[in-house]
Design a protein around this ligand. Structure first.
Ligand code: TLP
Length: 355
């Protein structure tokens, strides 16, 4: 008996955030030694923070609940209300964090156009930094994102990171790196996480994306910055108590889930080749990690992505729509190469294309 469409297993390509904790993570969570982390007494969190500092090559680290909180706490800890942040116009900080840096930090976010790799033109930075003038905000911080989510999981090369951060530092700015997927960037580029994080004063990374843990992100930087970040975390209500039960899964993630990111990247390339064959405007050469963003044909419908998303859902393939003209597919630990092939088969069978 063939399964009807609604009975076919779902292939969830919405995000790498949908991964479920592995049996090893659940076991580690069960066994975790815990304490009150606001008193600095949770041994599992202390261990995770030490490992995070070591892997990013920074002095210290702080465990927080999410990537959004990691960015918020990092940005608020390095600015004062009325300061200005320079950030790419497609950055997650700008597009998908509810405007927190402005609403909660009173910080003006000025955007520079993101280039296809997720970086921006370093030559634009000097002109964007305000002179010392009482009428103007103080430009004090610049933020990068690597890999770059809404540029399509792109890797900003180490040289570009160094160049952009170098210009910012020369102008007296601090540099924050949203490294939610920095392990993907490291695996794809062959550079270590520490090398990629070196140009930044603060770096965040997520355990709950490609690394598969259920919860948690880390903020890393020097001791003074992390001490300030600890205060800011408290301010935003992010001080957790026996959270070692969550951090335990994070330790497993760092230990067991990094090398397998290669598989996610290979699956994304496989999916991209298939999408290109179905007529989608995607280039397997440009898919460097686990995110594929396909621009749809807008000649007959200026906002085609919600309809395509619904059609895909009907055949059991879940995607997101970064805007009304694009769909995004993300590979992760809970989709296999066979799932990707099956998603493509279903699309071909249902004659689903780009427009
Ligand atoms: N990104 C999510 C959505 O919010 C879009 C996703 O599905 O990709 N920085 C970057 C670069 C991110 O991609 C995300 C999450 C975050 C920060 C925030 O992380 P969380 O969701 O843990 O707050």
């Amino acid at each position: 008996m063939t399964l009807n469409q609604s009975e076919r297993p779902l292939i969830d390509l919405r995000s790498d955030t949908v991964t479920k904790p592995t049996p090893a993570m659940r076991q580690a969570m069960y066994e975790a030694e815990v304490g009150d982390d606001v008193f600095g007494e949770d041994p599992t969190i202390i261990k995770l923070e030490q490992q995070a500092a070591a892997v990013t090559g920074k002095e210290a680290a702080l465990y927080v609940s999410s990537g959004t909180m990691a960015n918020l706490v990092s940005l608020l800890s390095q600015t004062r209300a009325g300061d200005e942040l320079l950030v790419g116009d497609r950055a997650h900080i700008v597009r998908s964090e509810a405007g927190g840096v402005s609403r909660l930090g009173g910080v003006l976010a000025t955007t520079l156009p993101n280039q296809p790799d997720g970086g921006f033109d370093p030559e634009l930075i000097p002109g964007a930094v305000r002179p010392d003038d009482m009428h103007q905000p103080r430009t004090t911080l610049l933020a990068l994102e690597n890999t770059h989510n809404f540029c399509g999981g792109t890797v900003i090369s180490l040289e570009r990171m160094q160049e952009i951060a170098g210009v910012a530092h020369d102008l007296g700015l601090r540099v924050h790196l949203d490294g939610a997927r920095i392990f993907n960037a490291a695996v794809a580029s062959g550079h270590s996480v520490a090398e990629l994080a070196a140009p930044a004063d603060s770096v965040t990374f997520c355990l709950s994306k490609g690394l598969g843990a259920p919860v948690g992100s880390l903020i890393c930087g020097d001791e003074a910055f992390i001490a300030q970040a600890r205060r800011t975390r408290k301010l935003v209500g992010g001080g957790m108590r026996q959270a070692g039960i969550l951090a335990a899964a994070g330790l497993v993630a760092l230990d067991q889930m990094v090398d397998r990111l290669h598989d996610d990247h290979a699956n994304a390339r496989q999916l991209t080749r298939g999408l290109a064959e179905l007529g989608f405007d995607v280039n397997p050469e440009r898919v460097e990690t686990n995110i594929i963003i396909a621009q749809l044909d807008t000649s007959s419908d200026p906002a085609p992505s919600p309809k395509l998303q619904a059609e895909l859902k009907r055949i059991g393939v879940l995607v997101t729509t970064p805007d009304r003209t694009k769909i995004r597919l993300v590979t992760h630990a809970d989709v296999t190469s066979e799932d990707c092939a099956e998603a493509l088969r279903r699309m071909a069978e249902a004659e689903i294309g780009p427009g």
